[in-house]
Write a protein that binds this ligand. Structure first.
Ligand SMILES: C[S@@+](CC[C@H](N)C(=O)[O-])C[C@H]1O[C@@H](n2cnc3c(N)ncnc32)[C@H](O)[C@@H]1O
Length: 288
């Protein structure tokens, strides 16, 4: 039996995914979030789920010329902003995601219009400001504690006065109860075939949603490889999030429900997203 490496991923596994992990089956790779085969698959999945990057573009000020996309992943949002004529800088710490994003940008004909940066966003200092900072795909909710504080400071530092932050999250509803759901999705990779189990355990009382993925992929000779990953989204009410942003000098202006998502097909199987637009208040506001 193969030894399954322990890393933070294992901490966020629930139910059937924790059970599979404990079996320590051969040819199993446990990957950090957004890395490995499931990291490459993630962008495809998000796109399939109806999370339309133009949702963000449509809520950005028309006059905005420069955009910073934090945690850009496979570049969907950055490329959508480039298509709308904006000059975009897009940052992700994953070389795998940045490579996918660059490829996507080039395929769409925007190779020169986006600056792709491989970096940890919590320590980012580009030495300039932007009209819009966008952090999409629930990415803000991946950050906790010191990392979240650092990220909110980075966001504020990179916004021009009056600039706007666009983000999405899955707000906790009043009296929302805990839920768990697992979907089975087919996967085809060249001549390899298999499936991904995509699961989410949402625990609003604990302000957490665990999102897990497990894939079994078989090649033409019948050899099976297994991939397991998991990560945790923080779940806040809209008001809690607005109060937190205010501490960092970011004042919520508007909130929009997602009317187009296909909830059964994406990484947030049963929670609807909300897009939040916050404005950077003049220096001196906020205590964060
Ligand atoms: C949920 S995905 C969203 C990707 C993209 N924004 C989208 O909507 O498709 C989160 C992304 O955040 C990146 N990420 C996580 N922590 C990061 C960090 N500390 N610095 C930079 N990128 C990070 C991951 O590599 C991943 O690509």
């Amino acid at each position: 039996m193969s030894e399954i490496p322990k890393n933070d991923t294992a901490q966020s596994l629930f139910g059937v995914f924790a059970g599979i992990h404990s079996l320590a089956l051969p040819r199993t790779t446990v990957s950090p979030p957004f890395e490995g085969l499931l990291g490459a698959y993630y962008t495809k999945l998000v796109t399939q789920s109806g999370q339309d990057p133009d949702w963000f573009v449509g809520h950005a000020p028309r006059t905005a010329e420069t955009v910073l996309d934090l945690c850009c992943g496979g570049g969907r949002t950055a490329v959508a902003f480039a298509r709308s004529g904006r000059r975009v800088t897009a940052v992700d710490r994953s070389a795998l995601q940045i490579a996918a994003a660059e490829k996507h940008g080039a395929e769409e004909g925007f190779a020169g219009q986006v600056d792709w940066v491989t970096a940890d966003v919590t320590g980012l200092d580009l030495g300039r400001t932007f009209d819009v900072v966008v952090i999409a795909g629930l990415s803000l909710t991946l950050f906790e504690k010191d990392a979240r504080t650092a990220l909110l400071r980075v966001i504020r530092r990179h916004l021009a006065p009056g600039g706007q932050l666009l983000l999405d999250h899955t707000p906790a509803r009043p009296d929302e109860s805990a839920t768990e759901q697992v979907l089975t999705l087919p996967v085809a990779l060249g001549d390899r075939r298999g499936f991904v189990l995509l699961g989410a355990q949402r625990l609003p009382a604990e302000r957490r949603q665990f999102t897990n993925m497990y894939a079994e992929i078989m090649d033409a000779a019948g050899n099976t490889e297994r991939h397991l990953t998991g990560f945790t989204f923080r779940v806040d009410s809209s008001d809690t999030l607005a109060h937190e942003l205010a501490r960092f000098g970011l004042s919520v202006r508007d909130r929009y429900p997602d009317l187009h998502a296909v909830p059964s097909a994406g990484p947030t199987p049963f929670a609807s997203r909300e897009l939040v637009v916050a404005e950077a208040l003049p220096e001196g506001h906020g205590r964060g």
